[in-house]
Write a new protein. Structure first.
Length: 129
C-alpha cells in the first residue's frame, strides 16, 4: 500500500507542483539518511492508519503481482523521465522536505525495511517450518 501511495504522491502531486529549485539546499544530503535510517529495524514504527494492512489481497501471489507492477512503473519512470526530480518537493511527517528523487528512494528504503522485517519473522524459532 505504501509503494502505491508514494508512487501516486510523486506522479500525481509532487511532479505536478511548480518547480522550486530554491529548495534544493534544504534537502541536500538527505539520501544517506533515507538509505540508512529508513531500513533500520532497531527503531520500530507503526504505519499510519490509511497504510495499515487491510486484507485487500486474497493471496500472497496477488499482492506480489500488484507490488511488482507498481515497482516496474517506478523503474521505467526513473529510467525514462526527462523531468527534473530534484526541483519538485513535498514534506514527509518525519523527514520533512524531500525532493521527488528522495521520495522514490524512500520507497526503496521502506521496502528494504519490510524485507528485513519478514526475515526477522521467519528467523523466529516459532515460525512454522
Amino acid at each position: 500500500m505504501t509503494e502505491q501511495f508514494i508512487w501516486d504522491l510523486v506522479t500525481g502531486k509532487i511532479m505536478k507542483s511548480p518547480a522550486a529549485p530554491e529548495k534544493k539546499a534544504e534537502v541536500k544530503g538527505k539520501e544517506e539518511m533515507i538509505m540508512t535510517k529508513i531500513p533500520d529495524r532497531s527503531r520500530k514504527a507503526q504505519a499510519p492508519e490509511p497504510l495499515k494492512p487491510t486484507g485487500r489481497w486474497a493471496t500472497k501471489e496477488a499482492i506480489a503481482k500488484e507490488f511488482e507492477s507498481i515497482r516496474a512503473k517506478e523503474i521505467a519512470y526513473v529510467n525514462d523521465t526527462k523531468e527534473d526530480l530534484r526541483s519538485h518537493f513535498e514534506d514527509h511527517p518525519a523527514v520533512k522536505t524531500m525532493d521527488a528523487w528522495q521520495w522514490l528512494i524512500f520507497n526503496g528504503a521502506h521496502c528494504k525495511r519490510h524485507t528485513a522485517q519478514i526475515l526477522e519473522v521467519k528467523a523466529d524459532p516459532n515460525y512454522p517450518k
